[in-house]
Ligand binder design. Structure first.
Ligand code: PLP
Length: 397
């Protein structure tokens, strides 16, 4: 006999719901935001600059440019890279749609590629297969906070004269041989959404060593004006010029204050995530799951803890396991529905699921388990026990 599971009327594993992600905001974060509210600058002021400097230093790049979201920041990189109609940009299909959307925003064409079996990151050989005379850039994603194979991707990009934008929205605090992600490509993009490793409520940051790209990124977020409001204020001048189309993608100083306060705690957040992941790995060993993979020489920062289900040993599919875990009060999720399966992108690209065998096989099995630094060891135990119970119920004998 197996234990009765909640979806069939048993007692839920947890009395309270455990979300898959959650921010940790403490009194010092609140105090930092309040101080910003009482200051002279609510937007585009000194706190934005301070956040940019601290972020650039933490990633090890010469420049960082703050945006109102990670998606806006990705859009900025496509503008800075001068992507336009007729240009192709290779993007892995196992990602959040924003990685592909940013190409379309500038009139370019996203070209989807399949992912690596172990990491679900952009597969370098499939990236190479997608190259045409129109390819201008590539956006590897550090999926779940596990570094992509940037050595092979940047080497190939360099031979073909392509721009590399790392989508490091999952990667704050992750590194390869001690060097931070976001510092390997021409530009790196981070997200400050509350589900990510650090938050500003909303926000995004582009890192780069290239001063010209940094200047273009700064203009683009501010209507493509060649001076900022603060610069004009300081100079006592009104004049500005606009030579290209820009947007309002500015981050507020209120958000920057929160981001700065969180950045000071990033190392601790990541350390806690790593301990929780080690605990999950130990508790889930022997259940037949495919657990997250760490490539040699990399130090992941674990935005997500994603397992793959042993469907050949189960009488039900992933969606039933998902529903059963939700009934146990465990906030499981699925990252991601591959981009090629989303209606808009399926129509735009004309690609078929069969062209992405690795992403398709993974998608059928994917289950994201809760992971955030506020979780206790007992929370991990409850997730592991619930999953063990649910898998046992549906195991084929
Ligand atoms: C979160 C995320 C983004 C977008 O970031 P926002 O700040 O939510 O706009 C981009 N790419 C990936 C892979 C993400 O997970």
């Amino acid at each position: 006999m197996t234990e009765p599971i909640a979806i069939e009327g048993g007692k839920p594993e947890r009395e309270t719901f455990l979300p898959y992600a959650r921010q940790v905001v403490d009194d010092d974060d609140v105090a930092a935001v309040v101080a910003a509210l009482r200051s002279d600058w609510l937007t585009t002021g000194p706190r934005v600059e301070e956040l940019e400097e601290a972020f650039a230093e933490s990633v090890g790049t010469a420049h960082a440019v703050a945006y109102s979201s990670g998606t806006a920041a990705l859009h900025g990189t496509m503008f800075a890279a001068r992507i336009g109609p007729g240009d192709e940009v290779v993007v892995p299909t196992m990602t959040f749609a924003a990685t592909a959307a940013c190409v379309v925003y500038q009139g370019g064409t996203p070209v989807l590629a399949d992912v690596d079996r172990d990491t679900l990151n952009l597969q370098p050989d499939d990236f190479e297969r997608q190259l045409t005379s129109k390819t201008k850039a590539v956006i590897p994603v550090h999926y779940a906070g596990v570094p992509a194979d940037v050595a092979r991707i940047t080497a190939l990009a360099e031979r073909r004269g392509l721009i590399v934008v790392e989508d490091a929205a999952h990667g704050a605090g992750a590194s390869i041989g001690g060097r931070s992600v976001g510092s390997f490509g021409d530009m790196g993009v981070f997200s400050l959404h509350p589900a990510k490793q650090l938050t500003a409520g909303e926000g995004g940051i582009v890192t780069t060593d290239n001063a010209e790209l940094a200047a273009r990124l700064r203009r683009f977020r501010n209507q493509a004006m060649d001076t900022s409001g603060r610069e004009r204020e300081t100079a006592g001048a009104y004049a500005y010029e606009i030579e290209e189309l820009g947007y309002n993608y500015r981050l507020t100083d209120i958000q920057a204050a929160l981001g700065l306060s969180q950045l000071k705690k990033l190392a601790g957040f990541v350390e806690r995530r790593r301990r929780l992941v080690a605990l999950y790995d130990k508790r889930l060993a022997g259940l037949g799951l495919t657990l997250p993979f760490t490539p040699a020489g990399t130090e992941p920062s674990w935005h997500l803890y994603v397992v793959r289900l042993p469907l050949e040993r189960l009488s039900v599919n992933r969606d039933r396991i998902f529903a059963a875990m939700r009934a146990e009060n465990i906030g499981v999720n699925v990252h991601y529905i591959p981009v090629h399966r989303l209606g808009y992108y399926a129509r735009l690209t004309g690609r078929r699921p069969e062209e992405f065998p690795v992403a398709e096989e993974a998608f059928a099995r994917l289950l994201t388990l809760p992971l955030h630094p506020g979780m206790t060891d007992e929370d991990v135990d409850s997730v592991a026990h619930a999953l063990e119970k649910v898998l046992a119920r549906y195991e084929v004998r």
